[in-house]
Design a protein around this ligand. Sequence first.
Ligand code: ISE
Length: 339
Amino acid sequence: MANNLRIAVIGTGRMGTDHIKRLTHRIAGADVTGVVDIDAERANTAAALAGDHAKIWDDPHAALASGEYDAFVLTTPGMLHYDVLMDALGKRLPVFCEKPLTADATTARAIVETEAGLGHRLIQVGFMRRYDSGYQRLRAFFEDGSLGTPLMLHCRHRNPDPPPNFTDALMIYDSVVHEIDGVRYFTGEEITEISVRKGRATSSANGRLSDPQQILMRTESGVLVDVEIFVNALFGYQVHTEAVFERGIVDIGNDEGAYVRSAGRWGGEVTPGFEQRFAAAFDTEFQGWVNRLRAGEAPDGPSAWDGYAAAVCCEAGVKAQEGGETIPIELGPKPMLYG
Ligand code: ISE
């Protein structure tokens, strides 16, 4: 395709806005020519960010049916994804779907079955950490075996504060979903069980959340994973992973940037949020997606199967959160389309 990809962004909240800016200013070969939101004020602001040549819609299905777009970016809350994805699949339209794929494992499975029935991939799921240079460097050790067999992963995921109305369940569905995908990405294995430990809660969570929590997982070959999820960590944003191999330890996600000595102090700046921490990863992810679609190729990033596998783990994680026991994870058969 010689022309720029005409993209409509469905959902113009925090993530949608960030992607509109990215697609408009940093990604080559794409134009945001449509924005969809039921909130007219937000849609207008978003259209202005796209350079004011974006048509405004209040109904995603009308935008999908219009024939005016080559591809869609779906950034509404997860519980609104299913209907839009099903409609797009029915119309054979490509969608970049921010995580989560859908709100639960049953609907995620239905998406997988429907796409598999079409025989080619149309959906890419926004697990942007796979495009982070640290993530890619760590994965290389899993692939080349230079440090021997992987044994354990220790993950820390800290946010300054959570979105309004955040819940214990969202700590898994919205936050730990990234570690769940990360474990699958690093090890190339499925996760077989999950459990959750709650302990003393920070007073910053105001009694609304049991924060922080410890999520424990095991993969098919027995790699043990522990995740600290702490969404009221206050100090800033941090995603850190330490992998333990037979012959070495690999550490990623440490503080980066300028190390400054001034006014009797030394140090640097902590990234304030995921937009800054993963800015380069988001850009790489989107440029790759746009390039593939412009070349007439199917997306090759995280698939609907990856979104489904994460959904099953998240559902099990929430069950574990509620009941305190270890929940086994069973994904069922994998359609050929996903390798
Ligand atoms: C948010 O939705 C994200 O995807 C961020 O990467 C994650 O750090 C945060 O916890 C989520 O709420």
